[in-house]
Design a protein around this ligand. Structure first.
Ligand code: PEP
Ligand code: MG
Length: 536
C-alpha cells in the first residue's frame, strides 16, 4: 500500500480503480526506419482506430449536447482523411517513423490554417487539427482513452485539469478527482464540488498507479494506492457512515429554509450547465443563484450561436419550472481561456481582460447572449447578472445594451418577460461604491472567490499561496457585511454565490447580517438548510 498526501478541495470518500487522464501527447521523436511499408501499415491501423473513436465521440456528443456541437467531430474526421498523402509521403521520402510524420503533418496543416486570414472559421481549427494528430499518435502507442469515455467508474488522476477538459468528462464515470498540481480555489475544484465528489489537488500519485485500486479520503486529503485489507474495511465503513449522514440530511428535502423566528432565506444552487440540473433537483434547491454561462462557451469549439444559447437557457428555466434562475453573462478570461476568442497573452490575466470588460469591448458577443437570454425569459423566471463590475458606467452601459436588445426584440415581435438585472460584487471597488450601484440594479450577488482574491491581492490559482488565501479574513467578512447593508439601504436584495456561501462556519453570521440568498454547490444545500432551520 502506498500513501500520498495532498490538499482536499472537496470532502467525501471514494473507492475504486485509478485511471490516469491522458492529456497532451508526449514529445514525438524523429527516428529512422528501414521498413517504410510496415510503418505506413502502423499509421493506417491507428488511423482506423482514431476514426472509430471520433464516430463514438460524435454519437456521445449528439446525445449529451446536441447535434450542432457534435459536428466538430465530423470536422475532425475530415482532417483525419486528409492526412494520408502527407503522412505517407513523409514516411517514404524521409524513412522516418509514423509518429513523426503524423506530428509534422499536424503542425504543417495547423500552420496552413493559421494563414487563412480570410476564413476565421478555418483559422480557428488549428487546435482541432493538432488534436487529431495527437489522437493518431496516442493510438499508435498503445491506444488512447478519451477523457470522456471510461467504461467503468474511476478515480481520475491528472497533472492538472483545465476547465475545458473537465467539461468534456463523462461525469457519471468519475468517483473522485486527484490532480498533482492545481489549487483548491480553481474552477476544477469548484466543478468537483458541484458534482458532489471528493477532489484532491497537489497530490503526487505516480503514473504507474493506473489501473490499481485506490481510496481517496477527501477529509484527510490522502490517497491510498493498493490499500491493504484493513484500510479497505475502515474506508468501506466510513463510506457507509457518510451515506447514513446523507440519508439523515434528506429529511430536510422538501422543507422550507426558514429560521424558527420565521426569516426565510433563498437557498439556491450554482450550476455550469444543463448536466448539473439533476444535482439541483436531487438536493432540492429553491432556484439557481449562479448559472456560469461561460461553460457553454468552454464546451464549444466556436462561439455558440444565439439559437444554441437560447435552447440551453430555455431548457434550464423550463426544467426549473418557474423557480428563479440567475444567469451570469459570460465570465471568460483569467483562468478560463478559450482559443477561439483569440485573447492576447497578458502579464496579469486576473487583472486583465475578462468578463464584463470583454462584453463591453466586443459588444456583438454580448448582444448575442442577451438576445438569447431575453428570448428564454419568456419560458420561466430568469434574471440576468453581470460579473466583475468595478464602475457605475459599466452597469449603465450594460443596461443600455440590454435595453437596445429589448427594443430590437419588440420590433421583431419576439416575446420576452420583465427580467431583473443584477451584478456580482466581487471587487473591492464594487463594495466601496455599493450604494451607487444598488440604485441601478435589482440584486447583488457577492462573488467571494474573486472578492477574496482581489481584496487580499492573492492569485486564487496560485497553489503556493493557499496558506495566505484566507476567505475568513476580517477584510473579506467586513466587505460582505458592508455590501449587505448597502444593498438593503436601496431595497436591493443581496446574496452570496461564491464558495463562502456554502461555508457552514459562517452560515449563522450571514443570516444575522441579513443575507437574502445563499447560492452554492448543490451538495451543500441540505446541510446549510439544517443550520438555518435550527436558528432562532
Ligand atoms: C466568485 O468569484 O466568487 C464567483 C462566484 O465567480 P467565479 O468563481 O466563477 O469567478
Ligand atoms: Mg468571480
Amino acid at each position: 500500500m502506498q500513501i500520498y498526501e495532498g490538499k482536499a478541495s472537496f470532502k467525501g470518500i471514494a473507492i475504486g480503480k485509478i485511471a490516469e487522464l491522458k492529456q497532451a501527447s508526449a514529445v514525438v521523436r524523429r527516428v529512422h526506419v528501414d521498413d517504410v511499408e510496415a510503418e505506413i501499415a502502423r499509421y493506417q491501423a491507428a488511423k482506423e482506430q482514431a476514426a472509430a473513436e471520433l464516430m463514438a465521440l460524435k454519437e456521445k456528443a449528439e446525445k449529451e449536447v446536441g447535434e450542432a456541437q457534435a459536428e466538430i467531430f465530423e470536422v475532425h474526421a475530415m482532417f483525419l482523411d486528409d492526412f494520408d498523402d502527407s503522412v505517407e509521403n513523409i514516411i517514404r521520402e524521409q524513412s522516418v517513423n509514423a509518429e513523426y510524420a503524423v506530428a509534422a503533418t499536424g503542425d504543417n496543416t495547423a500552420e496552413m490554417l493559421a494563414a487563412m486570414d480570410d476564413n476565421p472559421y478555418m483559422q480557428a481549427r488549428q487546435t482541432d487539427v493538432k488534436d487529431v494528430a495527437n489522437r493518431v499518435i496516442r493510438d499508435m502507442n498503445g491506444g488512447s482513452q478519451d477523457s470522456g469515455t471510461f467504461t467503468e467508474q474511476v478515480i481520475l488522476v491528472a497533472n492538472d485539469l483545465a476547465p475545458s477538459e473537465t467539461v468534456q468528462l463523462d461525469k457519471s464515470k468519475v468517483l473522485a478527482f486527484v490532480t498533482r498540481e492545481g489549487s483548491t480555489n480553481s474552477h476544477t475544484a469548484i466543478l468537483a464540488r458541484t458534482m458532489n465528489i471528493p477532489a484532491l489537488c497537489q497530490t503526487p500519485v505516480p503514473e504507474d498507479a493506473e489501473g490499481k485500486m485506490g481510496i481517496v479520503d477527501g477529509f484527510a486529503g490522502v490517497v491510498y494506492v493498493d490499500p491493504d485489507e484493513e484500510t479497505m474495511t475502515k474506508y468501506r465503513n466510513l463510506q457507509k457512515e457518510e451515506e447514513e449522514k446523507a440519508e439523515l440530511l434528506r429529511e430536510y428535502k422538501g422543507k422550507e429554509t426558514v429560521t424558527k423566528s420565521g426569516r426565510k432565506i433563498k437557498l439556491y444552487a450554482n450550476i455550469g450547465g444543463i448536466g448539473d440540473l439533476n444535482f439541483v433537483k436531487e438536493n432540492d434547491a429553491a432556484g439557481i443563484g449562479l448559472f456560469r454561462s461561460e461553460f457553454l462557451y468552454l464546451e464549444n469549439s466556436d462561439f455558440p450561436t444565439e439559437e444554441e444559447q437560447f435552447k440551453a437557457y430555455k431548457t434550464v428555466v423550463e426544467m426549473m419550472a418557474g423557480k428563479e434562475v440567475v444567469v451570469r453573462t459570460l465570465d471568460i478570461g483569467a483562468d478560463k481561456q478559450i482559443d477561439y476568442f483569440k485573447l492576447d497573452k497578458e502579464e496579469n490575466p486576473a487583472l486583465g481582460y475578462r468578463a464584463i470588460r470583454i462584453c463591453l469591448t466586443r459588444e456583438e458577443i454580448f448582444r448575442t447572449q442577451l438576445r438569447a437570454l431575453y428570448r428564454a425569459s419568456a419560458f420561466g423566471h430568469l434574471d440576468i447578472m453581470f460579473p466583475m463590475i468595478t464602475s457605475v458606467w459599466e452597469v449603465e452601459r450594460a443596461k443600455k445594451i440590454a435595453e437596445e436588445v429589448r427594443a430590437e426584440l419588440t420590433a421583431q415581435n419576439v416575446p420576452f418577460k420583465e427580467v431583473p438585472l443584477g451584478i456580482m460584487i466581487e471587487t473591492p471597488a464594487a463594495v466601496l461604491i455599493a450604494d451607487e450601484l444598488a440604485e441601478l440594479v435589482d440584486f447583488f450577488s457577492i462573488g467571494t472567490n474573486d472578492l477574496t482574491q482581489y481584496t487580499l491581492a492573492i492569485d486564487r490559482q496560485n497553489q503556493h499561496l493557499d496558506r495566505f488565501f484566507d476567505a475568513h479574513h476580517p477584510a473579506v467578512l467586513r466587505a460582505i457585511k458592508m455590501t449587505i447593508e448597502a444593498g438593503h439601504r436601496h431595497n436591493t436584495w443581496v446574496g452570496i454565490c461564491g464558495e463562502l456561501g456554502a461555508d457552514q462556519e459562517l452560515t449563522e453570521k450571514f443570516v444575522e447580517w441579513g443575507i437574502d440568498e445563499l447560492s452554492m454547490s448543490p451538495g451543500s444545500i441540505l446541510p446549510v438548510r439544517k443550520i438555518i432551520c435550527e436558528m432562532d
